[in-house]
Design a protein around this ligand. Structure first.
Ligand SMILES: [Zn+2]
Ligand SMILES: [Zn+2]
Length: 202
C-alpha cells in the first residue's frame, strides 16, 4: 500500500465513523476532498491551514459528510456552504491564495467503474469498490474556477445585525434586502422557500 492509499483508507475510516455507514458517497466524498485540497495547495486543513479554506458543496447527501470530515470545514464555522443544487460537486477554495477548484465525478465514471470490478456481481458493491481504486483522472473532473465571496460569507464576528421591518426578526451578516427603502429579511421580501406560516400559534 502506498502512502497515498494508506492516507485515503485512514480518511475513509474517519468519514465512515462520522457518517454512520460505508457507502459510495463516502468513497467519492473522500476522494473529491483529497483531490480538491491538493489542487488548491492545502496540506493541513485541520491544523495550520484551517483558516485558509472554504468549501462549497452542491448536494446535501452522503458525500457532504465525507467532505466535512476530510477538510474539517463545518457550516457552523462558516467554512462549509451548502448550495442545494442536487448536484454531486464541490468547490474547494484557498482563501490565502484565492485559488479555487470545482471537483465532480466524471459523467462516464459509472460506466468506467464497471470495467474495474467485473468480478463483483452486486452493482452497488462493484461501484463502491471501483471508486476506491480508479485513478483520480478517470473518476473525477476538476476545473479551476473563480469564486465570488461576499464580505458576509467569512467566519468571525457578525458583520451586521439589522431588524426586518416586516417580521421584526434580526438578520445578520448583510443577508437582508432593501425594497423601496425598507429593510427586509429574504423570506419577507421574496417568500420563505421552505415553510409557510400555520394558523395555529404556540
Ligand atoms: Zn451514506
Ligand atoms: Zn422578515
Amino acid at each position: 500500500m502506498t502512502n497515498g492509499q494508506a492516507e485515503f483508507e485512514r480518511l475513509l475510516e474517519e468519514a465512515v465513523a462520522f457518517h454512520g455507514h460505508l457507502c459510495a458517497g463516502q468513497v467519492l466524498g473522500v476522494r473529491m476532498a483529497i483531490v480538491g485540497l491538493r489542487k488548491i495547495g492545502i496540506r493541513d486543513p485541520k491544523g495550520d491551514e484551517r483558516k485558509d479554506i472554504m468549501v462549497f458543496v452542491e448536494i446535501d447527501r452522503c458525500a457532504t459528510d465525507a467532505i466535512m470530515t476530510v477538510t474539517g470545514c463545518k457550516p457552523g464555522k462558516r467554512t462549509l456552504k451548502i448550495k442545494d443544487y442536487g448536484k454531486m460537486a464541490a468547490t474547494f477554495v484557498n482563501l490565502s491564495t484565492g485559488r479555487a477548484v470545482r471537483v465532480r465525478p466524471r459523467n462516464d465514471a459509472r460506466e468506467k467503474a464497471r470495467a474495474y470490478c467485473r468480478d463483483i456481481e452486486d452493482e452497488s458493491r462493484a461501484q463502491l469498490q471501483a471508486y476506491r481504486t480508479m485513478p483520480d483522472d478517470e473518476l473525477l473532473e476538476t476545473k479551476e474556477v473563480a469564486v465570488n465571496l461576499e464580505a458576509g460569507d467569512f467566519p468571525g464576528k457578525p458583520l451586521s445585525r439589522v431588524r426586518c421591518e416586516a417580521c421584526g426578526e434580526a438578520v445578520m451578516d448583510r443577508k437582508e434586502v432593501k425594497m423601496n427603502r425598507i429593510l427586509l429579511c429574504r423570506p419577507c421580501a421574496a417568500g420563505a422557500d421552505y415553510y409557510s406560516a400555520s394558523d395555529r400559534s404556540e
